[in-house]
Design a protein around this ligand. Structure first.
Ligand code: PNS
Length: 160
């Protein structure tokens, strides 16, 4: 049986914490779909296509396993994507109890909607403080984001 997991997120932009979770998921499941989801509730820094491109480049540069693919989703429920591709599991990285509290209702709703289970993975504590929103803020104010993001993202954000 081919176990497909979806790692969804805004990835605006992808961080080292995200890459860590994606790599762990790829070690557990047969196939991992990293899904860039357009979240209308958030003001985005990067267009979805750019986020996909930066994810693809970062995954290749980090030599992550070959069972990872990157795609995007902007219409309908996240679980509709899962059903379409035959994925039975969503993977979320949880850095803290705050993340668990935020993710738990979504996990329950997604299970109720389509029987899709959510697996929480603990990222390396080295990345516990890293978030895309922090990166956007530091980058926007001209600070150094290299400790928090893959090189491709840092290079992109530093472009004049
Ligand atoms: O990286 P983010 O912004 O924390 O990712 C949040 C995301 C995209 C995973 C979340 O907003 C989401 O699951 N959106 C899909 C919309 C959906 O299906 N909602 C109903 C069930 S919770």
């Amino acid at each position: 049986m081919n176990r497909i997991a979806v790692v969804p997120g805004s990835f605006d932009p992808v961080t080292l914490g995200h890459l860590d979770v994606i790599e762990r998921a790829a070690g557990i499941f047969d196939e991992v779909h990293v899904l860039v989801v357009h979240n209308p509730g958030k003001t985005a820094l990067l267009p979805v296509a750019q986020r996909v491109a930066l994810l693809e480049k970062s995954i290749i540069n980090a030599h992550l396993p070959k069972n990872i693919r990157v795609t995007s989703w902007s219409v309908g429920l996240l679980v509709d994507y899962c059903t379409d591709v035959g994925a039975s599991v969503l993977v979320k990285g949880v850095r803290s109890q705050v993340d668990v509290a935020y993710e738990t209702p979504m996990a329950i709703v997604n299970r109720n909607l389509a029987g899709v289970e959510t697996v929480f993975l603990l990222p390396d504590p080295a990345h516990a403080h890293v978030s895309s929103s922090l990166v956007r803020q530091v980058a926007g104010l001209g600070g150094d984001v290299r400790p928090y993001v893959p090189q491709a993202v840092a290079d992109f954000l530093e472009k004049p």
